[in-house]
Write a protein that binds this ligand. Sequence first.
Ligand SMILES: Nc1ncnc2c1ncn2[C@@H]1O[C@H](COP(=O)(O)OP(=O)(O)OP(=O)(O)O)[C@@H](O)[C@H]1O
Ligand SMILES: [Mg+2]
Length: 332
Amino acid sequence: MKLKVGITYNLKKDFKHRDDQPIDALEEFDAEETIDAIRQVLESDGHEVFKLGGGVGLIERLRTTPLDIVFNIAEGVGGRNREAHIPALLEFLNIPYTGSDPLTLALTLDKAMAKRVVRSEGVPTPGFKKVERMEDLNNLGLRYPLFVKLCYEGSSKGVRLDSKISDPTTLNKKVKWLLETYGPPVLVEEFVSGPEFTVGILGNSEPIVLGVMQIEVKGSPPDEAIYSLEVKREWEEKVRYHCPPPISNHLLKEIEAVAMKAYRALDCRDVSRVDIRIGKDGIPYFLEINPLPGLSPVYGDLPIMAGRMGWEYNRLVKTIFHHALERYGMAG
Ligand SMILES: Nc1ncnc2c1ncn2[C@@H]1O[C@H](COP(=O)(O)OP(=O)(O)OP(=O)(O)O)[C@@H](O)[C@H]1O
Ligand SMILES: [Mg+2]
């Protein structure tokens, strides 16, 4: 069936980086190549595709473009609800769209909130404190080493090679820097020192694990490895991806179970990528979940994982789209 499909997104090139902004201010936004790659897949499937963008002009475009469904990858601008803005607008206008709904997108972007919800469902996640101001660091009640990051960000914005913290003096310095550079809130978490994995999940009533990919930061032992901004930007030199990972079947199943439990606890739809690290106790800990995982065919973790699992990019995008169509009873 030929459908009219809009794509919503925020392009890096539509924003201007100001000198007073941190170096990674635009890190979450997409490259035009990614939108065109998605467009090509949808067109090759026979659909008519409209590139709609994600700025205020979108509101008018949604009202004037006849659409059957939207493929949404818009990160939004500012605050913990930014990823929910466009899906909320689409719901308001009664336009179907791919991916999770506004509640899930906002809940998962706030890492502290997501951790509370998954923990309440029995998913292991490191101890944490949400820090709005320096005084919140008093009586922390967390065990060093710690890890500091921004509470509402992705793409390792604010995460650097020195985000692992060993003592209170460094903690004060680093939190102060994050609060001053990016603004509150900051998430202070216990550091999980084992190997890192990211898990791709697809589907709805019976979601499947697309793959589990181990992320090895070259030259760093696991307890020093951080998938930081520096590492993500130079992934070709600095990262080795292992998918499927060289681990026991038992651990693989445990990682998959934690990821799946988080996906269900947070009511994710169609697709997500879950980040997990193994603790000293051998337990897989939930770090965070990404219901809008990057879909760059070149450097997106999910497309890389899909490739390693024998899925071409086309199949990944079509499957996400198909899950959305199915939810709305539109799959032909
Ligand atoms: N508690 C922790 N213990 C150990 N390492 C951590 C912890 N939290 C984060 N990290 C490291 O920092 C990286 C970035 O953290 P996280 O995945 O939470 O941020 P993000 O910016 O949302 O990532 P994404 O690019 O997946 O959106 C992780 O991939 C991991 O290497
Ligand atoms: Mg992550």
